[in-house]
Design a protein around this ligand. Structure first.
Ligand code: MN
Length: 208
């Protein structure tokens, strides 16, 4: 994928995440917030033909190649595209069992138990001040939890994200108002562990 970047369709219906995330939120979040990042990124890259063959990952990792005057806006908008695409892909409503197989073993090994993972992930998402994300990442083959502000993205830190929750207010305000904790608690019912597990397995295979 490279310029012009295309808006990726939601991998499910807009009402598929009810009752944990209402249809109205998904319409705004995917159709407005995420779509605007794609459009803005294309608007910027329109002026830089030499960047138009770079992939989204390359734009976020090879930041030395970006012109100074456009570096921040490319980082923010490419990050907004990358982060939202992963966030939407990490959710669904029919696949919400617990992690299985090697990912379950790795989570137990890294955090002690699934419950402990959930507690630490919840803390990271809750304590991210202002806008941002909490992430489960793979760093040198090990699972870790981090949080990032705004549209910063872990791939710029040369680690690989497996799972993320968007804790910008636009992700939950229409349904939860100021109750971020309730949104986070309900979001755990939406994690697509099949997707996260498959992502983990393919990354581990690449590393070996
Ligand atoms: Mn968002």
């Amino acid at each position: 994928m490279q310029y012009p970047f295309e808006i990726q369709p939601l991998p499910y219906e807009y009402n598929a995440l009810e009752p944990y995330l209402c249809e109205e939120i998904l319409h705004f979040h995917h159709g407005k917030h995420y779509a605007t990042y794609v459009e803005k990124l294309n608007d910027i890259l329109k002026n830089y033909p030499n960047l138009q063959n770079m992939s989204l990952d390359e734009l976020l990792i090879n930041t030395d190649e970006l012109p100074n005057e456009a570096k921040t806006s490319i980082k923010n908008n490419a990050g907004g595209v990358y982060n939202h695409e992963l966030y939407f892909a990490c959710m669904n409503h029919t696949d919400c069992e617990l992690p299985t197989d090697k990912l379950a073993l790795a989570i137990n090994s890294a955090f002690g138990s699934i419950d402990q993972f959930r507690a630490e992930f919840t803390a990271a998402a809750t304590n991210q001040f202002g806008s941002g994300y909490a992430w489960l990442i793979l760093s040198n083959g090990k699972l870790e939890i981090i949080a990032t502000p705004n549209q910063d993205t872990p791939i710029s830190l040369t680690v690989t994200p497996l799972l993320c929750i968007d804790v910008w207010e636009h992700a939950y305000y229409l349904q939860y108002q100021n109750r971020r904790a309730d949104y986070i608690e309900n979001w755990f019912n939406l994690i697509n562990w099949n997707f996260v597990g498959a992502r983990y397995m393919s990354l581990m295979k690449e590393a070996n």
